[in-house]
Design a protein around this ligand. Structure first.
Ligand SMILES: O=C(O)CCC(=O)C(=O)O
Ligand SMILES: [Fe+2]
Length: 214
């Protein structure tokens, strides 16, 4: 019996997992659970200072996913597009989130991660994110740290070509995925969210990605 299943019976908090999905791509189930309320409250602070808005495709079309950002001035300047964004500066990354993201990277074999931004995606039932690579960052030796809250989703982690068949990974509240090194440019995406209700986030899934952009 797996330790996770045992814990259903013992009612003890589950130990986070450490699963290497590919070289440089690590799934740590439940790693954010211990402090989920504090972390989500910090995400809510970001959203209060920088309200969620619809993401737009590179060609300017509105997407279903709602997004916002936090981070330092250099990262903001690197990503800011006058035609797309308001001129308002990003709020800083809350310290509790930045330090957690660094710990996640260290556990995954990336001890030099220095995130300068935290991007938030909010999904509701039916919202998906197509397969893409994260390529707006300057330094691809720095990994991506992704933390999920609320409703579960099926995360797709593919290869270095868009047509490579992706692995399907169920991501639940508190799960963390880090991808870097040889996995940094893997295509990834999110399948349409199933409707549901989560005690902390209601009808939504939130995903926080920590990056070194500038
Ligand atoms: O929501 C997720 O799990 C992935 C988000 C993502 O890939 C992105 O924002 O670039
Ligand atoms: Fe991405």
């Amino acid at each position: 019996m797996s330790s996770l299943a045992m814990n259903l019976f013992s009612q003890l908090p589950a130990e986070p997992t450490h699963e290497e999905l590919f070289p440089g791509a690590i799934l740590m189930r439940g790693l954010a659970l211990d402090q989920d309320r504090e972390f989500f409250a910090a995400a809510e602070e970001i959203m209060a200072a920088a309200p969620l808005h619809h993401a737009v495709t590179p060609t300017g079309l509105p997407m279903q996913v709602m997004v916002t950002d936090s981070g330092d001035l250099r990262a903001f300047n690197h990503r800011w597009v006058p035609e797309r964004d308001s001129g308002k500066l990003w709020p800083p990354i809350p310290r509790i989130l930045r330090e957690f993201a660094i710990r996640c990277a260290v556990r995954s074999g990336f001890p030099n991660f220095r995130p300068d931004s935290c991007h938030i995606n909010r999904y509701q039932a039916g919202t998906k994110l197509g397969l893409h690579q994260d390529r707006h960052e300057c330094d691809w030796t720095q990994p991506i740290v992704s933390v999920s809250f609320g409703l579960e989703c099926v995360f797709l982690l593919g290869g270095l070509n868009r047509t490579d068949k992706p692995k399907r990974i169920l991501l639940e509240h508190g799960d963390v995925i880090v991808w870097g090194g040889p996995s940094r440019m893997r295509f990834h995406g999110v399948q349409p969210l199933k409707p549901g209700h989560h005690p902390l986030t209601g009808p939504y899934r939130y995903n926080l990605t920590f990056r070194k952009i500038a």
